[in-house]
Unconditional design. Sequence first.
Length: 84
Amino acid sequence: MPKANSAFMKPMNISSDLAAVVGRGPMPRSEVVKKLWVYIKSHSLQDSKNKRNINADANLRKVFDGKGVVNMFEMTKLVSRHLS
């Protein structure tokens, strides 16, 4: 059985801005991403024309450095700034 990537599964501390979206930590990065996508889908924030773009609401703007629209790849980079 292959060994899981322990760095990816390590519980991370979550900033208060990100906690407003995904809940309080600490939690592994993989769980943060799962909960972030649950939030995005439940609030219909994925752009209907370009599914790679996320339209930020007030909570996500705090996480996305004030940006109104980010793509999936940029989102990962911006969210990582809120994990320690």
